[in-house]
Design a binder for this molecule. Structure first.
Ligand code: B3K
Ligand code: ZN
Length: 851
């Protein structure tokens, strides 16, 4: 496939100020009449043709200014129509086949309804159009359909008209006054019902809110509705952003490639991020619904009012919007646990990407298939980069910068550079060197050493940005680090400060320390770096027990755990973990959620990332061995927590949620030390569960054990929830995640289960996504796990390329794994590469992985 480069950007020669779309909707076939008003773009070079993108369309006719034209030509999938300069009306009729659309891009069918997904390049699967984000048009959409099959007809903006037609048909017309790029177009037609409510904006606009679902799901929509109102309110208070239409609708769809989509005024969501009640959703699910609803809603300003000039600028909207949703969730539920969770994801997903074959800067320089760049780098590292600006500017100055950005670029298709410039001008930062964060891939590796002389402490910091594919040489980046120096006598520090490391090597001195202080660094995780600090085990134990920054406290605990898991199996290292764990278990000032966080072992993916070359089998054994040891050492205390929190765990509110978290964590340790006891208590927790958090928490532990308790709970769970697809997904996931020797055989059997289907992305992810993250399954010594994933990629390759491509990076990590497994992983990639026609998505990922 062809390489598209950022440096080649040129504006489109035409403007399309308005488009009218007339849909004659049907599941099997849909007719689309598109009427485009076009005129020369005076900011671009003139063209004698107009070139429109297309993909899989059946073209029926082309008219220009009312005259039928036959002098058009095709260039691959594109349509080229000769056009004299000046203003014209272009009318194009196409036909599409929604039921056959297995890619779930463009207009497709899901459970008898019709819906769209256009980002990044799906609109060209609906009609011929300049399908690029810098062409902004006002959309008017008229939909006609059978009234019984499709009683509800929705599109972007505000409703204009609706009515009955002959033959049991009806129509609806919608108009969106805000010019938008084609990727934000949306349409939904189906048998849906809505939970409705309203929100009055700070400017006094009354907005009608709707959450549209299938009738049986209506009871599970109140949390989504509350989340919309909280998001709208938060964006007004925190960023001064007000909603700008009379309607805001969300629709839940069962078949969806990703989480959700921010289409203007009509967000389309994966059911997973809408539906929630106590019975079927965990506390984490509730938080995810709220976070994703916030994310998509916040896009209305960071994405829709100001969109991207081209797809290389994707992080302009995604990085910023992820930061906005993270801050929203921090404000709703407390920053400490949220920050720890966000950094855990960064380290276990983005760090491996940044050190692997697909490493790319948050603003990539080239791509073959843009869908491959909706990555943790663009999203999560992108958010971290903007968070660093916020840390350096301070909250108030950052707000001035964002105000200026929104004000200056409203209505435009902007670039990352525009954002950085607005931050410089508005927040008063000099970001000259900081721009390297946009240019360079790779996680900066920082080392911190301390020298002590008289009363003076010198902190010596060094940074290296490692080479990545296509970028052999890197320059230092500015790294803001919030630090505190603990006086080791008093056990306190005299205040935090922010230092910024800008050089490859730099010294910072601090006076007034008779003894070397204990260094707490990168507090709150101010910079997305990997840090090695020269610190004793005793000092880490001190910080794990006493640091007043929750993140730093958690970090100290993680460093103790990593030191043991990645080093020699060292009794002293383990004893230090025990001392810190004891302090955490006994600390009454901690809430139970934070306590559980502190006692959570580092994710397997992060352990792999921190090792040069690793043996997955040995790594799992060591990690689970440590879990068993901790479970054994603190058996009494874990049992005590499990017992004591029983009633609190049945309560609503923050304390109930915290208790549930600690209770299930304790159960995991109990089972690790004593399987029979774990099975007994697990089944008891399962049976008595008042909601899904306790039920899933128990089942996750039981699923990893052997015996009748496991079988009973799994069978009960399936029978109880067989008619709820999202819960059946959990049932697949819990089994595929189990660290049992025969788990891969079970995954194989589950793939043949009546409830398994390859055509639903959630179901595929629930089984194979979980399996590919389970080291016992994926890294099975025979290589059968690798083969299973490669077979899956080949099966999905043409049917759903986006979904297929998401499974490639797991195999792409072959360079980091011990030689025996490494060769088998690579061989599977080669088998895919040799397998004939590959989709652009899979081809690009596989080529990079073999690279
Ligand atoms: N903007 C969409 C992602 C679209 C992905 C297309 N392959 C969801 C989001 O980030 O909010
Ligand atoms: Zn987004």
């Amino acid at each position: 496939p062809a390489v598209i480069r950022r440096a080649d950007y040129a504006p489109y020669p035409w403007r399309v100020p308005a488009i009218r779309l007339d849909f004659d909707l049907g599941l099997e076939t849909t007719r689309v009449e598109a009427t485009l008003t076009v005129e020369p773009n005076l900011d671009a070079d003139a063209a004698e043709d107009i070139r429109l993108d297309g993909d899989g369309l059946v073209l029926e006719s082309v008219h220009v200014d009312g005259e039928e034209r036959t002098d058009w030509r095709r260039d691959g999938e594109a349509l080229i129509v000769p056009l004299s300069s000046g203003k014209h009306t272009l009318t194009i009729v196409t036909r599409i086949l929604p039921s056959e659309n297995t890619q779930l891009m463009g207009l497709y069918a899901s459970n008898g309804m019709l819906c769209t997904q256009c980002e990044a390049e799906g609109f060209r699967r609906i009609t011929f159009f300049p399908d690029r984000p810098d062409v902004l048009s006002v959309y008017t959409v008229r939909m006609e359909a059978d009234r019984e099959a499709f009683p509800v007809l929705l599109s972007n903006g505000n409703p204009v008209e609706e009515g009955l037609l002959d033959g049991g048909r009806h129509f609806a017309e919608w108009h969106d006054p805000w010019p938008k790029p084609s990727y934000l177009f949306a349409l939904v037609a189906g048998d849906l019902v809505a939970r409705t409510d309203s929100f009055t904006t700070m400017g006094g606009r009354e907005v009608a809110l709707g959450v549209w679902v299938r009738e049986e799901d209506l009871p599970r929509t109140s949390h989504a509705m509350e989340s919309i109102k909280r998001s709208m309110n938060w964006d007004e208070e925190t960023f001064g952003r007000e909603y700008d239409l009379d309607r805001f609708n969300i629709v839940a769809v069962g078949d969806f490639n990703m989480g959700a989509m921010e289409n203007k005024g009509l967000n389309i969501f994966n059911t997973k991020y809408v539906l929630a009640d106590q019975e079927t959703a965990t506390d984490a699910d509730f938080d995810a619904v709220e976070g994703v609803i916030g994310h998509e809603y916040f896009h209305n300003w960071s994405g829709n009012r100001i969109t991207c000039r081209d797809w290389f600028q994707l992080s302009l909207k995604e990085g910023f919007t992820v930061l906005r949703d993270q801050l929203f969730s921090e404000d709703m539920h407390g920053a400490a646990v949220k920050r720890i969770g966000d950094v855990r994801v960064l380290r276990s997903v983005q760090f491996p990407e940044d050190s692997g074959p697909f490493a790319h800067p948050i603003r990539p320089d080239s791509y073959k298939e843009i869908s491959n760049f909706y990555t943790a780098t663009v999203y999560n590292k992108g958010a971290e980069v903007i968070r660093m600006m916020r840390s350096m500017a301070g909250i108030e100055a950052f707000r001035k910068g964002s105000d200026l950005y929104f004000d200056r670029h409203d209505g435009e298709a902007a670039t990352c550079e525009d954002f950085v410039k607005a931050m410089e001008d508005g927040a008063g930062l000099d970001l000259t060197q900081f721009r390297r964060w946009y240019e360079q891939a790779g996680t900066p590796q920082v080392t911190a050493e301390q020298r002590h002389d008289g009363d003076t402490v010198t902190l010596v910091l060094k940074q290296v940005v490692p080479p990545t594919p296509g970028q052999p040489d890197k320059a230092p980046v500015p790294i803001p680090l919030r630090i505190a120096l603990f006086d080791r006598e008093k056990g306190e520090h005299a205040g935090e400060q922010l230092i910024v490391l800008t050089e490859a090597e730099q010294e910072f001195t601090f006076e007034g320390f008779a003894k070397p202080p204990i260094l707490s660094i990168n507090r709150g995780y101010t910079a997305p770096i990997a840090l090695d600090r020269d610190i004793s085990r005793e000092d880490l134990v001190f910080l794990a027990a006493h640091d007043d920054d929750s993140f730093a406290r958690h970090e100290a605990m993680q460093e103790l755990l990593l030191g043991y898991l990645l080093g020699d199996a060292d009794d002293e290292a383990r004893a230090a973990i025990g001392t810190a764990a004891q302090a955490v278990l006994a600390d009454d000032a901690l809430d139970n959620e934070m306590r559980a966080e502190l006692l959570t072992l580092p994710p397997f993916a992060y352990l792999g990332e921190r090792s040069k070359i690793y043996d997955p089998g040995a790594m799992v054994e060591k990690r689970e061995g440590l879990r068993a040891w901790l479970g054994h050492e603190f058996a009494g205390q874990f049992r005590d927590y499990h017992e004591r929190l029983t009633n609190l765990a049945r309560e609503e509110g923050a304390q109930g949620k915290q208790a549930r978290r600690m209770r299930s964590l304790a159960l995991g340790y109990i089972a690790a030390a004593d399987e029979a006891e774990g099975a007994r208590l697990g089944l008891a927790q399962y049976r008595a569960a008042a909601g899904m958090t306790e039920r899933q928490g128990a089942l996750a532990v039981l699923a990893g054990l052997d015996g009748t308790e496991r079988e009973e709970a799994l069978a009960d769970f399936y029978a109880r929830f067989a008619d709820n697809p999202l819960v059946v997904d959990k049932w697949f996931t819990l089994q595929a995640m189990a660290l049992r020797p025969n788990v891969l055989d079970e995954v194989g059997k589950l793939a043949g289960h009546e409830a398994f289907t390859i055509s639903n992305p959630n179901r595929v992810r629930s089984l194979y996504g979980a399996m590919s993250g389970n080291p016992v399954a994926f890294h099975q010594e025979s290589g059968a796990g690798y083969r299973m994933i490669a077979d899956l990629i080949l099966e999905l390759n043409m049917r759903n390329p986006q979904l297929a491509a998401r499974f490639v990076p797991s195999l792409g990590r072959w360079r980091r794994v011990e030689p025996g497994r490494s060769a088998m992983m690579r061989a599977e990639l080669e088998r895919i590469a040799a397998a004939g026609t590959l989709s652009r998505d899979v081809a690009e990922q596989v080529e990079a992985s073999l690279g």
